[in-house]
Design a protein. Structure first.
Length: 76
């Protein structure tokens, strides 16, 4: 199972801010603050943002690509 399939099975096509924070092992408030600052993480994830009213969601497939979850880990 690829990380793409895993994320789609677990979260569906859209992820909430709390779900992305959980995936990154951060608090929801800390992740929210990081997204509204100019950081490498926010620059990677902002293209994946979808707003539905006041709610903020992230496209699961774009989160997977932005975080490079399908690339093989470097061997030490």
């Amino acid at each position: 199972m690829t990380s793409e399939q895993y994320l789609l099975d677990r979260f569906g096509p859209l992820m909430s801010m709390a779900q992305v924070a959980d995936l990154l092992d951060r608090s929801a408030d800390g992740f929210r603050v990081a997204m509204y600052s100019d950081s490498e993480l926010s620059r990677k994830l902002k293209p994946a943002v979808v707003r539905v009213g006041r709610r903020v969601y992230f496209r699961t497939l774009q989160v997977n690509q932005a975080l490079s979850l399908d690339t093989p880990a470097l061997q030490a």
